[in-house]
Design a protein around this ligand. Structure first.
Ligand SMILES: C[S@@+](CC[C@H](N)C(=O)[O-])C[C@H]1O[C@@H](n2cnc3c(N)ncnc32)[C@H](O)[C@@H]1O
Length: 282
């Protein structure tokens, strides 16, 4: 499987939260749990896989609600930040695993009630093999009828209106960090290539302490495309809506999808002459 370039490195991981201080992780968990409650008769999930857990800011709300959390990420450095954040949950500790979500297998072959990939984590699966492998594998980690949630970039908006250059600053541990994002389209992957260039300066912002860069290739989806993909891999799509913004599905920047693992995979059978099998394809 194609792997992305080394991202969320030892340099970026400790700075990550500084750039997303305004992100309302509690509100995002409330959206997920409301969806789960709506379709699972008011219940909370007993167990949830936080796919691409990052620094653990969603996981901490899940753990606080008493949910068993399987925390997976490909970046050892992001996991190390998450471990520090979540260490206080000693009676309900998260179960960490470091590796690609495409091939994740839960400890003890456990099956979870739900899996969630927040903040466009699915977009990091840019090759057809990794995305298809992910969906095929996901079902194996969920109980029958288990649920899947993700939020992703909406290609309908991203392709037309992405910002080619952005600058953002953050104060982290007394340092002033500037992040310049240079974005271009990689059409053959339905993806945007974002080069992040970091400059870390002393607290007065006068002296440069270090610089580094990372290039992220992140895929966008259209709502119909992701719904089709989920359906083809054995999920019934229950909701597909703008995520965290007042907009329409056609025009939003991010949308979320909530789906349930179907009892059986649909098999596609092509009709052959003299056969009674029917074709399910157009
Ligand atoms: C934008 S961050 C989101 C982190 C976290 N979910 C959040 O909402 O803050 C994307 C995360 O995906 C992880 N990631 C990228 N590719 C992955 C893969 N193939 N398997 C597991 N994690 C992956 C990165 O290491 C990073 O932590």
């Amino acid at each position: 499987m194609e792997q992305i370039t080394q991202v969320f490195s030892p340099h970026y991981a400790p700075l990550y939260d500084g750039f997303y201080q305004d992100k309302d992780y509690a509100a995002e968990i409330a959206i997920l749990l409301a969806l789960y409650g709506r379709f699972a008769e008011g219940a909370l999930p007993n167990s949830l896989i936080d796919l691409a857990v990052g620094t653990g800011k969603h996981a901490e709300h899940l753990l606080a609600a008493g949910i068993r959390v399987y925390a997976n990420d490909i970046s050892a450095e992001m996991i190390s930040v998450a471990k520090e954040r979540l260490g206080r949950f000693q009676s309900n500790p998260p179960i960490f695993s470091c590796g690609p979500m495409e091939t994740l297998r839960l400890a003890g072959n456990a099956k979870a009630d739900c899996a969630a990939a927040f903040f466009t984590a699915l977009g990091y699966l840019v090759s057809p093999e990794s995305l298809a492998g992910f969906f095929a594998n996901l079902r194996e980690n969920l109980r029958p009828g288990g649920y899947f949630f993700c939020d992703v970039w909406n290609g309908r908006q991203m392709i037309k209106n992405y910002a080619p250059q952005r600058v953002k600053q953050a104060q982290v541990a007394g340092y002033l960090v500037e992040r310049v994002s240079l974005t271009s389209e990689q059409a053959d992957r339905n993806a945007l290539r974002v080069e992040f260039i970091f400059t870390v300066k002393d607290p007065e912002g006068k002296k440069i302490v270090t610089t580094f860069s990372e290039t992220h290739l992140v895929r966008y989806f259209s709502p119909a495309e992701l719904s089709t993909l989920a359906w083809a891999y054995g999920f019934e799509v229950l909701a597909c809506t703008p995520f965290g913004e007042e907009s329409t599905l056609a025009d939003c920047w991010n949308f979320s999808l909530f789906a349930r693992s179907r009892a059986k995979k649909i098999s596609f059978i092509h009709s052959t002459a003299g056969s009674s099998e029917t074709s399910r394809t157009p």
